[in-house]
Design a protein around this ligand. Structure first.
Ligand code: UDP
Ligand code: MG
Length: 339
């Protein structure tokens, strides 16, 4: 028995003295959008794995505005198994918002996310749980080493992952966007998955201060029912989001560091151009043969453009600073110890 499991055992044994504490090993969070055919099989499979390993658990289905019978099916499943719960959006918001509300509600020590389409295997749960609780990972991401997806998806995915590795600095991950992931509960409570950021949860976790990120090769299956909910625009949007995250993590709380620098540089170039134009003008005034026209000079336009742009960049940085000072989350720091 490792120190960690011993600690965890003591933590659970003393739980009776903390009235609001609920003992639960695992929360499975499943975002879904029109997956009625897969749900019964998925729920039974998870149930089987949990019972075989003696885990206490909850299954949190997050219905992302399905228009098919998904919600009906979940009601029927919940009648048979009290561990099944659901949050249902009134419209389709996207996978990230679905994960976000699931995370807010999840109570298990380990939180596992998986897709609802049976492409991810619940048989991976025990090992993922072990990696978080015993190996001490903050986050373990699945790696669909052998994928059962069309080539049009697997090739761009390789490029996408290579870029994500480079930009995020998380060098050991091969499959950022794998739906099957496991987290220590604390991690998901400290990240906000919004927009389409579910593709970069490891990066979000890293930026929040959770750096022990691992990977596990997982089985992947072809989609059995229904069809994929994401088109090729995922790759374009994916890259734009990566840019946003990179910018946020680098300059999010110090916007002046980039805009101030750019602004000052441009202003300087503009200023040099102005001085050049002035010198040329003065020289030409004293000459009878050479006449200098301001509007004929490239320096004149450079000075105008660069000085105006420079001031604008500077102001943007300044406004950015004011916004971050007023942001409610500016002091959301992760504290590892306190006396
Ligand atoms: N999904 C969702 N909201 C959406 C799109 C997808 O909740 O707007 C869910 C979907 O039901 C599935 C998971 O996200 O459980 C992954 O989607 P999909 O299988 O279509 O993606 P792919 O496997 O093709 O990457
Ligand atoms: Mg899928």
């Amino acid at each position: 028995m490792t120190v960690r499991t011993l600690k965890s055992a003591i933590f659970h044994l003393t739980a009776v003295f903390r009235p609001n504490y609920i003992i639960m090993d695992i929360s499975v969070v499943i975002p879904l959008y029109n997956e009625e055919e897969s749900l019964p099989e998925l729920a039974q499979w998870i149930e089987r794995v949990m019972n075989a390993n003696g885990f206490s658990y909850e299954i949190l289905f997050v219905n992302d505005g399905s228009t098919d019978r998904s919600m009906r099916v979940i009601h029927e499943l919940a009648e048979k198994n009290p561990a099944i719960h659901a949050i249902s959006f009134s419209r389709n918001y996207g996978k990230s918002p679905a994960l976000n509300v699931g995370f807010r509600r999840a109570q298990g020590d380990v939180v596992i996310t998986m897709d609802a389409d049976l492409q991810d295997s619940p048989d991976e749960i025990p090992e993922l749980y072990r990696m978080i609780t015993e190996d001490g990972y903050d986050l373990v991401s699945g790696w669909k080493k052998k994928r059962y997806d069309p080539l049009s998806k697997t090739i761009p995915t390789k490029l996408f992952n290579a870029t994500a590795r480079k930009v995020s600095g998380i060098k050991n991950l091969h499959d950022f966007n794998c739906g099957l992931k496991a987290y220590r509960n604390e991690v998901i409570k400290h990240i906000e998955v919004y927009g389409d950021m579910h593709r970069y949860i490891p990066y979000l976790a890293k930026n929040a201060g959770y750096k022990k990120i691992g990977e596990k090769v997982v089985h992947h299956q072809a989609r059995k029912y229904g069809h994929t909910k994401f088109g090729l625009d995922r790759f374009i949007n994916g890259y734009l989001d990566l840019g946003t995250l990179w910018f946020q993590s680098k300059f999010g709380i110090k916007p002046m560091h980039i805009f101030g620098l750019l602004g000052s540089l441009m202003f300087l170039i503009g200023f040099i151009a102005v001085v050049t134009v002035l010198i040329l003008k003065i020289v030409s005034m004293n000459s009878s043969t050479y006449h200098f026209y301001l509007t004929n000079s490239v320096y004149f336009y450079l000075s105008l453009a660069f000085m105006v742009l420079g001031v604008q960049f500077f102001c943007t940085g300044f406004i950015g600073e004011l916004i971050t000072r007023n942001s409610a989350e500016r002091n959301n720091y992760l504290i590892s110890e306190e006396f």
